[in-house]
Ligand binder design. Structure first.
Ligand code: PLP
Length: 446
């Protein structure tokens, strides 16, 4: 047993719900959660940094709804502001002041954003950023980073599921279809680039440039390893894009949480457009496309050409606008700094435990994000972070161990902190990992 907590983790009510769910959903649930065995955990409620499941297990939540909840669960200022709204109507076909207020806040903070439009998800934000880049350049193609996740728009999904079978086969394009039956034409318009590899970037862009609308890049792609961008790589992305009249689209849906001014500003990338989402909705559905006024004019009907169609029944709904504004207002520069120092201390603690035992693990991440890799050498791109089956099993075992310690650790994605967490929560994360490493020393194959 890898757990030293001695706790018995009951899932009987979750299993009961899963049985019911399997009668109505093809996979039993409509979420894409990790740790399914023997059933996913059904949540009864959230409480700050913690989740309480239907069996009464209390878990430190390092998922925070896929990095959305920067203040954890039930953040009172958001709950109060939304409760106040609910009695006065939650969506109108007309605009409200709330959309202007959130837009003003984001424009004031994020250097790349002069104008903005709201949508309902990160997927939509990426999709409309790509469409805006196409409308502006009159070109169809998208270049994107190997292995990175950008939501479910076909041209953003293609090239995510790259594996050694593909990169070791010179005949196969890394622009792998995202799903069976995807129109082959999609793959023909997608160029896949290796992260942090200037030579690969220059070679692949040079051959595709005349048909490329944009380079889509998340400065620290979470699914591709949560690996820090090399400044020289981001500089090369900007330079080659300018050289060929290609727009840079930064996907900050997840990484906007890295600083008060976002991720591009933090790492010195100067995008033409950004896609945002997650934290800016304060726990409610949201997405946003922002960028240079000149480019954002593609959405306007007075630009001399037909506007790029972009609507959405729930876009800029007052609930998401108000919740987002209140959540973001609480994220002052000081709040970002203290969240980052908690992240620094957790990453340092994890690395200390690895070093003490000479364990074959490494840690990546920045600000309020971290990821543990079962790799002795810290990965510098997606291929180095790629998990062979035995490594994937080890990581699944790590997540199960964390669960036994009362911590929900995302498997295969970024772990993320919230302002609701304390340094004691950080210590619990490090000590759960130390226990795991000790047990692993004792029982490498268990
Ligand atoms: N882009 C990135 C970098 C993401 O992490 C995600 C979601 O995890 C998306 C886009 C898609 O956002 P959504 O799930 O809100 O559609």
């Amino acid at each position: 047993d890898l757990s030293r907590s001695g706790r018995v983790f009951s899932r009987s009510r979750s299993e009961h719900f899963f049985k019911r769910g399997r009668r109505v959903f093809p996979t039993g649930i409509t979420r894409v959660t990790v740790d399914h065995e023997p059933s996913p955990l059904y949540i009864a409620r959230g409480d700050g940094a913690y989740l309480i499941d239907v069996d009464g297990n209390r878990l430190l939540d390092l998922n925070n709804n896929f990095t959305t909840l920067i203040h954890g669960h039930g953040f009172l200022p958001v709950a109060d502001a939304v409760a106040d709204l609910l009695h006065r109507g939650t969506c109108f076909s007309n605009p409200t002041e709330h959309e202007i207020t959130l837009a003003e806040l984001l424009i004031e903070r994020i250097p790349a954003v002069e104008h903005i439009r709201f949508v309902n998800s990160g997927t939509e934000a990426v999709m409309f950023a790509i469409k805006a880049a196409r409308a502006f350049t009159c070109r169809p193609g998208v270049a994107r980073i190997e292995g990175a996740y950008h939501g479910a728009y076909d041209w953003a999904e293609t090239g995510q599921a790259v594996s050694p079978a593909i990169w070791n086969d010179a005949q196969r394009s890394p622009a792998v279809p995202a799903y069976r039956g995807m129109p082959p034409a999609v793959g023909e318009e997608v160029t896949v680039i290796r992260f942090n590899d200037v030579e690969d970037l220059e070679r692949r862009i040079a051959s595709a440039a005349p048909s490329l609308a944009c380079i889509l890049i998340d400065p620290m792609p979470s699914r591709a390893g949560l690996i820090a961008p090399e400044p020289i790589f981001l500089a090369a992305v900007g330079a080659i894009a300018r050289q060929h009249g290609i727009l840079v689209v930064a996907d900050e849906v997840l990484n906007l949480r890295q600083s008060y001014r976002g991720a591009s500003a933090r790492y010195g990338l100067q995008p033409d457009l950004i896609a945002a989402g997650k934290i800016i909705g304060g726990g409610f559905p949201i997405g946003a496309i922002g960028g240079r006024k000149e480019v954002m004019r593609v959405f306007a009907s007075d630009s001399g050409t037909p506007p790029l169609p972009q609507g959405g029944t729930f876009s800029a709904n007052p609930v998401s606008m108000v919740a987002g504004r209140v959540a973001m207002e609480a994220m002052t520069e000081a709040a970002f700094a203290s969240l980052e120092s908690l992240g620094d201390s957790i990453r340092a603690g994890l690395r200390r435990e690895i070093a003490r035992r000479g364990a074959a693990f490494s840690v990546t991440g920045a600000a309020s994000l971290f990821r543990i890799h079962p790799k002795r050498k810290e990965p510098t791109d997606f291929r180095e972070a790629y998990l062979e089956p035995a490594e994937a099993e080890l990581m699944a075992r790590l997540s199960r161990h964390f669960l036994q310690c009362g911590i929900l650790l995302p498997n295969g994605a970024a772990a993320c902190l919230s302002t609701a967490m304390t340094s004691a929560d950080g210590d619990a994360v490090v000590s759960a990992f130390a226990d795991f490493l000790s047990a692993l020393d004792a029982n490498p194959t268990e």
